[in-house]
Structure formats: structure tokens, C-alpha cells
Design a protein around this ligand. Structure first.
Ligand SMILES: *Cc1c(COP(=O)(O)O)cnc(C)c1O
Length: 436
């Protein structure tokens, strides 16, 4: 299987090459050249054995002919070693898919751990380490740092916007040391993302280091994320039953894109609702057809504060016509005020504590027309554990949020990071000071 750049169909790579490069050299994103035919019966059977066997089957065709093909079983077993339970909320018509039981308590652990398991194998025996550059609005950096910490042959450089991530998130970005270098950038998440993109195009940096990305633009993060959508839809619908609709808290659209790819692969998935916070670039585009990326605004659901979602390029490659795209997805934007109100009301009504991102999905569901809610079988995607956002949630619900043991262990570590300006020159200087 080959993958092509969204910007040039002649630019193609295999599975491992795509994982190592992250971004295509022309600045495009890699997408599958064709969509494999999957047997839903076989996938369902694999799903009964667990998420790892299902992931192995689902990703298998994409790695066909690649050096990693034979290692996919152990890779998936290593990456998918924690559960993704579907918890019912209202009988079997509404549930929440909890994706936050991994080491850093957010869904990004799935993709980061898969990518780490792959890259560690690919880099074994290479003389020069791989430097993974990651821009983060909160959870990516923590998940990537946790997944790659202590891995031989790999350095991780985390860029996060100074003062714009929660204290808990910051601790997860800066508690590693060793092969993980954390930089607080005096700017926004968009600045961090721009710096990473510029670094990839910078001759000097590329000469000094072998660079890779672990952002949600990396295929090695996207493909594994399709697994939990496949598992959930097959468990609920079987092969051929009533399709399952998902409401996905969205920022860079990596998680949502994995769901849309899973549907494209034939899984029984119905509607996909992109639930955004006050960063309304995507909902506005679907409404008026004008693609107008803009600076991000800070919200309570900070891991979704993205003004120029990278994966839109992949979504538009799949649905080039606006009308097709409107049939494929819908989107909404939820303001902070409504996030707060939803956290309070669902705590009182259901006894559930949402993180602010998951609350965006819960509010998006509540705003769907009743007929649409009743017609479908809905799953809210729970993207982070509420304990990561204690500072926001505890005052709202008036009680403490229990901290899972994995998070408690991270909180106990000491923190270290450097502060840098929001430009490429500052990044070059900072990197020169770190081991390569
Ligand atoms: C990253 C993140 C999101 C947004 O996911 P994308 O793939 O960027 O759309 C939502 N919720 C949480 C908790 C996240 O960490």
C-alpha cells in the first residue's frame, strides 16, 4: 500500500516512510492511495478478542508489503494495552466512548503509543537519532512524551504555548527529562504549529537533525485511532446492523478524520458530528463555504483551540465538493458558557463528570434536533479524563475529581522546561543547545 500527498498525487511513500516523515516534503499530508477492502466479519471476530487484534487486522492492509508488516501484532499489543470502554448513558441509544484510560488520560495515548512502537522498531540500529518535533495545545505533547520517553534512538522536542495550557497539562509536558526536551513558546498554539512546519522546511535544521513529526498529521497516529471507531461500531451494530453515529470533540480533526476513514473503509458508522469550541473555522466553512483559517482563541477546552485545523486538508481531499462534505459531516461550535453549564447539568442529572472537551460533545448532542437524536444510535467521544482539568471542573461541581493512579504518578515527578520566542530562529538556537 502506498500513500500520496494531498498536494501532489505523484508524491508517494510506503507505510514506514510516511510514519518517519510525518509531513510530505511538499507540505501536504499523506492519504491512502486506495481504500482496501476489509472483511467486516473477520474484523468483528478479531474485535471479540480485544482492541489490539482488531487494530492489527484494520491496519494490516495499510502496512502490506512494508518492513513493519510482520511486526504489526506485537506493535498493536504494545500500543493498545488499555481499554476503550463504551459506557451507556441512556439505554442502548446513547453512550460515551471513554478514550482516556491510557498513561496520560487522553485519547492521544492510542496514536502516540502506536507511533512510538513503530518508530522504535524502525530506528533500531540507526547511527543518528530521530528528533520528533511536536507542537501541542495541551494533550499531544504529554501523550507523545510519555510514549517516547526512554526510547533509544529518539529525541522528543515539545513546543507548547506558554500560559495557555492547564497546570495539569503543563506538568505532563514537562515532567520527563532524559530524551524529552520541553519548550514554553511565547505565543499561541498556532505559533507552535507554524514553527514545527517551518522547521521541516528549514535546510539548516534538516542538515543537523533527522526530523519527524508526531502531530496528528502523522499517519501513525491517525490509522490506529480508526480502531476504536471500528471496535465500537462493530460491537454495537455488527456487520450490517444499524449504523452508529459519533459526536467528536474536535480541534485539528485528527480524531474525527480517523472516524471518517473508518466509515470510508466500510464500518457501520452513520453521522459524524464535529463538535468544536469557540474556534469556529470548521463550522463556519460548512455553513458558508469560505475557508478562513484564523488565530485560535483560548477556551476551556484548550486542547481544541485550533484556528487552522491541519487535517482539514485530508478531509477536503476525501470530499472535494462542499456539498459532498456537507453530506459527510456536520459541525457545531460551543461557547465556554455552555461548556460550563453542561458540566454542571450532566453532573447533576447523570452523575457524570465530563472534561471540558467531552462536555462540548455532550452539549452538541443536546442541541441536535430531537428527531435526529431519536433516529440514531449515538456515541459521545470522551477524549480526556476530567482529572486533567480539575482546576476548571472542581469549582463547577463543588467536589474533588478523583485522580487515576497513572496521572497521580505523573504529578509526583519534577518539572523542567525552557522558555523561547515564537520564531524559528529561537527554536534553532534552543535545539543547538540540546543533544542530537
Ligand atoms: C487533542 C484533543 C482533542 C481534539 O482532537 P483533534 O484530533 O485535534 O481534533 C479533543 N479533546 C482532547 C482532550 C484532546 O486532547
Amino acid at each position: 500500500m502506498r500513500f500520496r500527498s494531498t498536494r501532489d498525487e505523484r508524491l508517494t511513500v510506503g507505510f514506514s516512510e510516511g510514519l518517519e516523515q510525518g509531513l510530505a516534503p511538499d507540505g501536504g499530508l499523506y492519504v491512502p492511495q486506495q481504500w482496501p477492502q476489509l472483511s467486516l466479519g473477520e474484523l468483528t471476530a478479531a474485535g471479540r478478542q480485544g482492541l489490539a487484534p482488531l487494530a492489527e487486522r484494520l491496519i494490516g492492509p495499510f502496512a502490506a508489503g512494508d518492513v513493519l508488516e510482520g511486526a504489526l501484532g506485537p506493535i498493536c499489543a504494545e500500543a493498545f494495552n488499555f481499554p476503550a470502554p463504551l459506557v451507556p448513558l441512556e439505554g442502548d441509544r446513547l453512550g460515551v466512548l471513554e478514550l482516556f484510560h491510557g498513561p496520560t488520560a487522553a485519547f492521544k495515548d492510542f496514536g502516540a503509543r502506536f507511533l512510538s512502537a513503530c518508530l522504535t522498531r524502525l530506528r533500531a540500529g540507526q547511527p543518528r537519532p530521530l528528533t520528533i518535533l511536536v507542537a501541542t495545545s495541551g494533550d499531544t505533547g504529554g501523550a507523545v512524551a510519555a510514549a517516547f520517553h526512554g526510547r533509544p534512538g529518539i529525541e522528543v522536542v515539545v513546543l507548547f504555548p506558554k500560559g495557555l495550557v492547564s497546570p495539569t497539562q503543563q506538568q505532563q509536558l514537562t515532567c520527563w527529562g532524559g530524551n524529552v526536551h520541553s519548550f514554553a513558546v511565547r505565543g499561541t498554539f498556532d505559533d507552535c504549529q507554524r514553527m514545527v512546519k517551518q522547521a521541516f522546511l528549514d535546510e539548516r535544521l534538516r542538515a543537523a537533525r533527522t526530523l519527524s513529526s508526531a502531530n496528528s498529521i502523522n499517519l501513525g497516529r491517525l490509522l490506529p485511532q480508526a480502531s476504536y471507531y471500528a471496535a465500537t461500531s462493530l460491537a454495537l451494530a455488527g456487520a450490517g446492523g444499524e449504523p452508529v453515529s459519533f459526536i467528536i470533540p474536535s480541534g485539528n480533526l485528527g480524531n474525527a478524520l480517523a472516524c471518517i476513514w473508518a466509515r470510508r473503509l466500510g464500518l457501520p458508522i452513520g453521522e459524524v458530528v464535529l463538535a468544536h469550541n469557540a474556534n469556529r473555522t470548521v463550522p463556519d466553512f460548512l455553513a458558508d463555504g469560505q475557508w478562513q483559517p484564523r488565530p485560535s482563541v483560548a477556551t476551556l477546552a484548550s486542547a481544541m483551540d485550533v484556528g487552522n485545523p491541519s487535517n482539514m486538508e485530508r478531509l477536503r481531499a476525501l470530499y472535494p465538493q462542499l456539498e459532498e462534505l456537507r453530506m459527510a459531516v456536520s459541525a457545531c461550535s460551543i461557547e465556554d458558557e455552555a461548556i460550563r453549564a453542561r458540566i454542571v447539568s450532566d453532573f447533576r442529572r447523570l452523575g457524570r463528570i465530563w472534561c471540558p472537551h467531552t462536555a462540548v460533545a455532550a452539549e452538541a448532542y443536546a442541541r441536535l434536533p430531537e428527531a435526529r437524536r431519536r433516529a440514531g444510535r449515538w456515541v459521545l467521544v470522551g477524549t480526556a479524563h476530567p482529572a486533567k482539568f480539575r482546576e476548571i471542573i472542581e469549582p463547577l461541581i463543588g467536589q474533588t475529581v478523583p485522580v487515576p493512579p497513572t496521572l497521580a504518578a505523573l504529578f509526583a515527578r519534577s518539572s523542567q522546561y525552557r522558555e523561547i520566542d515564537a520564531d524559528l530562529a529561537a527554536l534553532r538556537v534552543a535545539l543547538a543547545g540540546e543533544a542530537a
